[in-house]
Unconditional design. Sequence first.
Length: 375
Amino acid sequence: MYPELGFKEFRTQQFIINQLKELKIPCKKIAKTGVVGLINGDKVGRTIAVRADMDALPIVEESNKPYKSRSNGVMHACGHDAHVTCLLGVAMLISEIKDRLNGKVKLIFQPCEENATGIGGGELMVKEGVLENPKVNAIVALHVSPDFQSSVVGIKYGDMCANADKFEIKIKGIGSHAAKPHRSIDPIVTASAIVQNLQSIVSRNIDPLDSAVVSITTINAGSAFNIIPSELVMEGTVRTLNNMVKNKVKNLLEKIAVNTAKSFGAECKVNYIEGYPAFANNDEITKIVELSAVELLGKKNIKILKNPSMGGEDFAFYVKKVPGSMFWLGVSNKRLKIVHPLHSAKFDIDEDALPIGVAILTKTCINYLNEVEKI
């Protein structure tokens, strides 16, 4: 009910600290509003980390549920409250069985995952040493998914999430009275042509066997119905799975935008901002996640996925350093009309999924530390 935006999760941070203190788990603040806790097993061994992001989105929630957001204009539309809940559940269970663990479990509560084109929480956590002291040998995480019902888990080997880049296109023309368009260089008409021409990047320049997305998401210009403006700014995103395709899209985007504007007599500047990098799940860690999920839910409730997500995730910064794996936790329930997508103002989860997420993460930690994968 009290969601907070990136690097403003002070209430959430304190709540987590209070919960960990009740469990007698040592913890500390990190990366402004993040928290890291550590559970020491009774026996010497490796260290596995479990990561949950904490931040919300600037969206007005459209819900009549009693737990509707009480923070004006902010809601947990991406399920990060569920992620925190699951990690606190892991903390509770692991703290009860630490005498059976051959190693340590590091609990990473990360702020600001949604800031895809600036420095996000994952990158800052890694820079501040969250994977050190003790050194993390493996890391796991989950992300809620309305694409699967609440009894189903999606597991992906290899490529998991895409490069998530942003671009800004500024067009400068000549304004005039709307009744005399011949005296203008219309940035709106110019932008319309650019939007159309950019569609040829994916449809005619990228190998159909590769993956790429180019989306224009904002267009801002004008002040009145009878004025042709002199300037326009539009923004969008590029999603790719490898850097070769990414660089090709980047170069084509700038070339097409600038040359299209030139054909209308307008000036154009493109600012391309690299965001979170693409990442792939580690096969060995993913196999342990799969074995743990099958042990708990049975094979029929586990979906091995062929295709990655074109969404971005700053979990990428962790798996750049250590082997890791993220899985999808199904949270939809058609009977309860919980079916809305991530980042929707009507997003909700079936809370019956929460114990499943806790159980799989906990079982994965136990199996990894006690080397069940070798059996």
